[in-house]
Structure formats: C-alpha cells, structure tokens
Design a protein around this ligand. Structure first.
Ligand code: CDP
Ligand code: MG
Length: 833
C-alpha cells in the first residue's frame, strides 16, 4: 500500500497550499461581465442587455431612432431585388396565409398553441412575423423575442436562415445562442437558443426581464428541458402579464398543451404535401427483388484486372446481402406473413441486418428509380459513419461521381450542413444519412425517397435498477408518419419502411416523454438552484409527472455526490455545479481538476465524455483497432488515461503537421479530436471566467500525476463503481445495485487477464441483455475513500457502508483517523467553507 501513503502525503501538500490561497469566488464571478467574446461561456447569458430606461431624458428618442434604423433596414431590403425574391418565396409558405390570425391571437392571448406540418413555416416565419409587426408598430427596439429549439444545430441553422431572409448578417436583429457558443449583438431582437440556454437564463433572471415573447418550438418532441420549461413558464405567466408564450408543434396533439395552459387557443396551419407511397418490408423485398444482381450481370461488368477484384468483392457483398435478407425474412417469419410476437423482433437490429437492407434499397433506388434526393433515417452517428464508409464508391450504387453522400446529425459542421440543404447539380443523386433530427427540425426540400429503418436511439431509464439505457428502439406511429412525410415536399414521393406492416401496426401512437424515461439528476439540480421549492412537489406539476422512484433516485444521487445536503438543500458544490453547462459529475471533475491543479488531463476526459469516444472501431478491422487503443493504456487499466494519451499524442503530431496521419494510424477520429479540442478551450475560458482558475501553467502543475487523475476521475464518476475480483482465469465484476456486470469490448480493461486494483469507476452502464460498463478506470481504496461521494452521509461508517462495508485497509492502526481528517479537510476545501 505504498501508493496510498504517497497519495496521502501529496494530498496534505495540496490542502495546505490551496487553503491558504484566496477563495475562488464563483458567485461573484457570475455578476462580472464576460471578456472572452463569442466563445466565452454561459457567462454571456448572465450579461443582461443594458435596458434603455424610458424615464431617463432622451431615452425615448434613442429608442425611436434604433427602432427606425431596424425598420428602415427591413424596408430597404424588402425593396431590393433579392429581398423581393425572398419575400415572394416567404409568401408561398402555408404559414403566410395565417399571418394575420396568428398575430391577432398572439396579441389577444397570453398563451397560443400553434400546430402545422413540418416545413409549413412555423420556425422561420412565425418569430419573424412577430418581429416585423413589432417593428411596424414602432416597438422594434423594445421587443425581445426568444425562440427555443431542442437542438443546437437547429438553433444555429434556423437563425442563419432567418437572418438571410431579412438580408442581414447573424448577430444583427437575429442571433443565436447555444451552449458555449453564440452570435448575438446589441440590437438582436430575435434570439434562437436551445431550451437549456433559456433555463440557464432563468437561473439568474427569474422574471425574464425585458423579454416580450417566448416561443417554445418542437414541443411535440416532449424533451425533458421543454417539459421543465413549461412548468417554470406556467408559474411565471401570472407574474408577467405582458409576456407572451407561443408553443409550436408539428403534430396535431395540441389539445394536451392547450389544456395544460387552461384552454389556451390553438391554431392549425394547414400544410400541403404531395402524396407519398408507403412500402413495407414485404413489398420492398418483392419490388426490389433482392436477387436483383445476378452473377451473370456482375460478370458482364468489365473485363480488366481491376474489375476482377471488384467483382469478387461484389459477389461476396451480394451473397452477404442475400443471406441477411434471408435472415430478416426468417426473423419476421414473412414467408407465412405472420408475426409471432413483437418481442421476437427485439433481436432485429437495424444496425446489422438493417444495414444490408438499407444498402440494398439504396442500390435499388440509384439504379431503378427516377431522380430525387434520398433521406435515410438511421439510429446514430456511429452507424451513419460506418454506413457512409461502406457506401463510398459502392459499385452497386453506380458511378461514384454521380452520388453525393452526406451525413446529418447533431454534431456535423456548418459546411456539411449547407450541403444538405443545397440542391445538387443535375444528374447527381444526393443521399442524406440522418438521425431522427431530420424528422421535424430540419427540412430538406428536394427529398423524394425516404428510407426508414424503423428505429431510433432512445434513452430510457430503468428506475428500479437506476440504470440508463441507450438502445435503438422502435419508433412511434407519429414518427413513422413524420418520416414518410419528408418524401413529399416537392413532388409525390416514396417511403421504404424496412419493417413489415404488422410491426408498424404495433408501434405506440406517440413516443414516451423524455421526462418519463431519463435520469433526472441535472434537472433536479436546476430545480434547486432556481429555488423552485421541493423537487418532488415541483415535478408533480409537470405535463406528465415522472415516477416518484425516479425522482427519489436523482435526489439520492445528488446527495451522494455532495451537491445536496441531507435536507435537500443545495450545497456550495451543488451551486457551482448548477452553473456549469455539463452534467453534474463532469462539472465536479472540472472543479476538482481546477482545485488540484491538474486541469489539462481532466478537461480532456470531460470533453471526451461530453463529445464522444474518439477511438474508432471499424467493424472489419476491429482487432487492429482494439490493439491500437490498448497501446495507449499499456499498464494503466484506464480508458480515460488512454483518451488523455491519444489526445496528447495527436496534439503533438499536429505541431508537426502530422495530425491526420496520426489519426489514421491509430484509429482515431480527427473530427472528434477537434471537437474535444475546441470544447476544452471553452471549458478553460469558462473556468477562468468563473474564477476557478487563473493561470494556465499554475493550474497544471500536477497534470502529470497519474494517481491524481485517477482520483479525480473517481470523484466524478462515483457512485459509478464496481468491485474487481481476480479469479484464476477471469475477472469478476460487481456493482452494488446490479450484481455481476460485464465490460464493453471497446474498453481497454475488457481484454485484461487480471486487473491489479480493487475497483473500477465507470462513466456509463447500459443494459442490453446484461449490464455493460462502457469506459472505466481502475482505482485503489484510498482514492475511493477520499474522493468518492460525500462524507456527510453518516460519517465514515456510513461512507464505508456505501462502499460495500469492507476495506481491510482500515485495520492498519491510525489510518482510519488520518483518512477521516483528510477527507473532512478535502470536503471543506471542495465545499469552499
Ligand atoms: O418549422 P417548420 O417545420 O414549420 O418550417 P420551417 O423550418 O420554418 O421552414 C419553412 C420553409 O423554409 C421550409 O419548407 C424550407 O422551404 C425553407 N427553409 C430553407 O429553405 N432553408 C432552411 N435552412 C430552413 C427553411
Ligand atoms: Mg420547425
């Protein structure tokens, strides 16, 4: 146990050093204005627009002038040639016909519910109508419209579009603000932001001072933030009688929202879409004829040497497709056109068999169908990427120069985004592989064919086992309808549903609201920091209240990590966590990384956990990829240390202009590493802004210390912890709640014959058939004791009990007292008392 003593000695040093430092004053920092420009942080949202006081002399005139400026701009644009063209286009949208009645309803009612098919002009037009009419009524300078979007990418792309429609640059009258990023100017009157940003603003500005209109978009998705925001706004409305609330939804279940707001008036924008023909799996297989390409045809493809190899690959691929289709037929028992039970289908995984089906249908479309873009709905970013890889230069798709393959997902960059909306040149087939974000929040106009795999990744939450699961699950009928509708924007279209009709008939009507299927920790923390009273009472007033057990679990978790005290009051740590725009556990890691001057590696870990894993595992080179990942963590037994090493290696390679090569050799995603890099920078500004760090060098004086990195990782991930027992030939892992658990094969710990540590802390466990831990780091007893959870829950005894009631370590005389004392000092340090 030399290691523990070493650690104790180090900790003593830190504590002495740090507690003599001046306290970090995050609370004061909140009121400071931001200095770091665009990327600044959530600090910007605290920064209130300087309100123009109507009482001060001359203010009225300034107000008038500003308003006139905006108005004049609006008018001169509308008179320009381009502006007129844009106006013409805007008038063709279905929403335009309802402009007058919409504005009337909004003027006369505090809450209005608007529904209308995707693409009818809710998001881009309605907020603009309001802005225009305010400007026309000479209230332009005084109005402030906030329109929330569930996703960053839609907030950004919509803002860009609306600014373009107004002939402006972003940041003039139209702006956006998403986590850690934004474009917003002094005269911004219409702000598109994520729902999370508005919630954060409510933290410091509970009355939404100065805001005249709040528009909550895409409420039919029933995201957790939106449901939460509705409770808060419902409370706020009576106290802000002038404030207008507009709820927008793509589907027709507007009654639910209307009745939640005491019978608020509803308006429906009738849309027009061309008819879309639906094909279910049974017809698809027939119409596309999966024996489409006969060996004979392949033989005729070409005669030269290169073709020979191509042909071999083709034959192999073709037989794979054929056998996968056979498997599918069997799984569905389609030969008898009956379906045994819906459960028997849960094994049908669109990511494996479905892949081949998607490939198959795409080949059919490219070779046999008329021109038109194809939109493919898939389950996630990983699948999109691997399918994209597989399809690149796929011989069955025809001439590769005639195919434009694009991905569409939450983390794409803006160039990629623009390509998606653009119409390609004549003769080029655009194929967009998308997640379900293309269902309602993004409109791609030229789509004629839709391929729907029938599933979407959905977080669900098993409250009994307190385990979040992220699994591809069957979509709802409403989603299937939405997906189908995407094909009829410009002409009649076709939709290929890759599942039989009987499966479709067994779908739920609507998806379960997120509030009822995800862990509620961040949400509960926000409820406390917004001082909304008892968590359970508050949540019971939701549109659909979550289960009491889920709420209890979240509260327990927050107590365990020390964010709430025994009486459910926010602790100082909790307060700090609630202003950091990351999950509580990640926030805790950042704070500790700053306190212990071990910031760089911890920021890498936190950024990696909030973006995604940069290690690629291509399915056909898995062994190589695993071996490559293992070399980053030879004796560390830690995925997080592997991540740190890979990132640092890449940074060094970048200096030599060899970043690309480095990624290619080491199976790393360059795009992900770049995303991690930019998030890290933002974390740094954020921590600097909040006064937690001051100097780059100083806050990294312990960054080389691997023990400390482990300990801080442990502090963040606890109580995500399992015990390790090394048996003869295998390792057995157990968590308190689940019993035996397994490691995901991507983890560097999965291949280890022995793990010489008593514990693994993990970021995520998912339940598939058994409980699987994704990434993990091995830690020793002292790290768990000093950094795991909070002591306040029943002193050291209670703490030990939570750890499973063992630890022979404490048999050593005197050590228990030393630990207890250190632990107390440490917590006081963290809680900043
Ligand atoms: O919100 P909703 O689904 O009702 O429609 P929207 O997002 O306001 O889009 C209305 C129309 O604007 C779409 O049908 C597109 O024709 C057009 N649009 C566009 O051309 N480019 C964008 N980035 C967004 C919308
Ligand atoms: Mg919309």
């Amino acid at each position: 146990y030399g290691l523990e003593e070493e650690l104790v000695a180090q900790l003593k040093k830190y504590i002495v050093k740090k507690s003599t430092n001046k306290e970090f004053v995050l609370d004061n920092a909140i009121s400071r204005s931001s200095t770091v420009g665009n990327l600044a942080s959530n600090q910007q949202i605290y920064e209130q627009e300087e309100p123009i006081k109507r009482t001060s002399p001359g203010a009225e005139r300034i107000l008038q002038r500003r308003s006139l400026e905006i108005l004049n701009k609006q008018q001169s644009w509308q008179n320009s040639l381009e502006g007129q063209k844009m106006q013409e286009f805007r008038k063709t949208l279905p929403a335009y016909k309802e402009r007058g009645s919409l504005l009337n309803l909004v003027a006369q009612n505090q809450v209005v519910v608007v529904s209308g098919e995707t693409g009818c002009g809710k998001t881009t037009q309605l907020p603009q109508y309001i802005l225009e009419s305010e400007v026309e009524a000479n209230r332009g300078a005084a109005c402030s419209i906030i329109c929330t979007q569930p996703r960053r990418i839609s907030a950004m792309s919509v803002a860009e579009r609306v600014a373009a429609e107004r002939g402006e640059n972003l940041g003039e009258s139209v702006g956006y603000k998403v986590r850690l990023e934004g474009m917003k100017g002094r005269d911004t009157r219409l702000l598109f932001c994520t729902t999370g940003i508005l919630l954060r603003r409510l933290l410091v500005d509970r009355m939404l001072k100065g805001v005249t209109h709040v528009i909550v978009d895409e409420i039919h998705e029933r995201g957790m933030n939106e449901d939460f925001l509705l409770i808060v706004l419902k409370d706020l409305l009576p106290r802000r009688p002038e404030l207008r609330l507009i709820l927008m939804s793509a589907t027709l279940n507007a009654e639910l929202f209307s009745s939640y707001f005491g019978g608020a008036p509803m308006i429906h924008i009738p849309g027009f879409t061309y008819p879309v023909r639906s094909h279910f799996l049974e017809n698809i297989l027939e119409m596309t004829g999966y024996r489409l390409t006969t060996d004979n045809q392949i033989d005729n493809y070409g005669q030269d040497k290169m073709w020979k190899m191509q042909k071999q690959a083709l034959r192999k691929r073709k037989s794979q497709i054929a056998s996968a289709v056979e498997d599918t037929l069997e799984a569905f028992d389609l030969r008898e056109y009956s379906l045994r039970t819906r459960d028997s289908l849960s094994c049908w995984n669109p990511d494996s068999i479905g892949f081949n089906l998607i490939e198959h249908v795409l080949c059919h479309i490219c070779r046999k169908e008329r021109p038109g873009a194809v939109l493919v709905f898939m389950t996630g970013w990983d699948d999109i990427n691997s399918l994209k890889g597989q399809l690149q230069a796929h011989p069955l798709l025809g001439d590769p120069s005639k195919v434009l393959l694009l991905g569409c997902h939450g983390s794409m960059d803006s160039t990629e985004q623009r390509l998606i909306f653009n119409k390609p040149e004549e003769g080029i087939r655009k194929i967009v592989l998308a997640t379900n974000m293309a269902e309602t929040s993004i409109t791609i106009n030229d789509v004629v064919f839709v391929v729907d795999c029938g599933k979407a990744k959905e977080t669900s939450y098993d409250a009994l086992n307190n385990t979040p699961c992220l699994l591809p699950t069957w979509i709802s009928k409403a989603s299937a309808r939405q997906r189908r509708g995407r094909a009829g924007r410009v002409q009649s279209g076709e939709c290929f549903h890759l599942y039989p009709r009987c499966v479709h008939d067994s779908f739920a009507d609507y998806q379960l609201p997120e509030l009822l299927r995800t862990p509620l920790q961040s949400l509960c923390l926000q409820i406390k920091s917004l001082q909304l009273g008892s968590i359970s009472e508050f949540l019971s007033r939701a549109l659909q209240a979550p289960e009491p057990l889920s709420v209890q679990n979240a509260i327990e978790y927050l107590k365990t990590i020390g964010a709430l005290d025994e009486y459910e009051n926010l602790t100082v740590l909790g307060q700090k966590l609630s202003v950091l725009p990351v999950e509580p556990k990640l926030g805790k890691m950042l704070i500790l990384g700053a306190i212990f001057n071990c910031l760089n590696p911890i920021m890498t870990v936190v950024a990696g956990l909030s973006v995604r894993d940069p290690f690629l595992m291509p399915f056909d080179r898995r062994d190589l990829a695993e071996a490559s990942k293992a070399q980053f963590s030879s004796r560390d037994f830690s995925d997080h240390l592997a991540l740190i090493r890979a990132y640092e290696g890449w940074k060094n390679a970048e200096k030599r202009q060899a970043g690309h090569d480095y990624c290619w050799k080491n199976f790393l995603s360059l795009q992900t590493l770049r995303a991690i890099d930019s998030l890290r920078k933002q974390f740094f500004y954020l921590l600097k802004d909040t006064g937690l760090v001051d100097d780059v060098d100083k806050c990294n004086s312990w960054s080389h210390d691997e023990h400390l990195i482990r300990a801080i990782t442990c502090a963040g991930l606890y109580p995500g912890i399992c015990s390790v027992v090394n048996k003869d030939k295998s390792i057995s892992l157990k968590t308190m709640e689940d019993g035996p658990v397994l490691l995901h094969s991507n983890s560097v710990n999965a291949q280890q014959p022995k793990i010489p540590y008593p514990w693994l802390v993990f970021n995520e466990k998912v339940k598939v058939n058994s409980v699987m831990l994704r990434d993990s780091t091995a830690v020793c007893d002292s790290m768990v004791l000093l950094f795991g959870g909070s002591l306040s829950r029943g002193g050291l005894d209670g703490h030990l009990k939570m750890l499973g009631g063992y630890l022979e370590f404490f048999m050593k005389p005197g050590l228990a007292e030393t630990y207890l004392r250190l632990r107390k000092e440490l917590e006081e340090l963290i809680q900043n008392k």
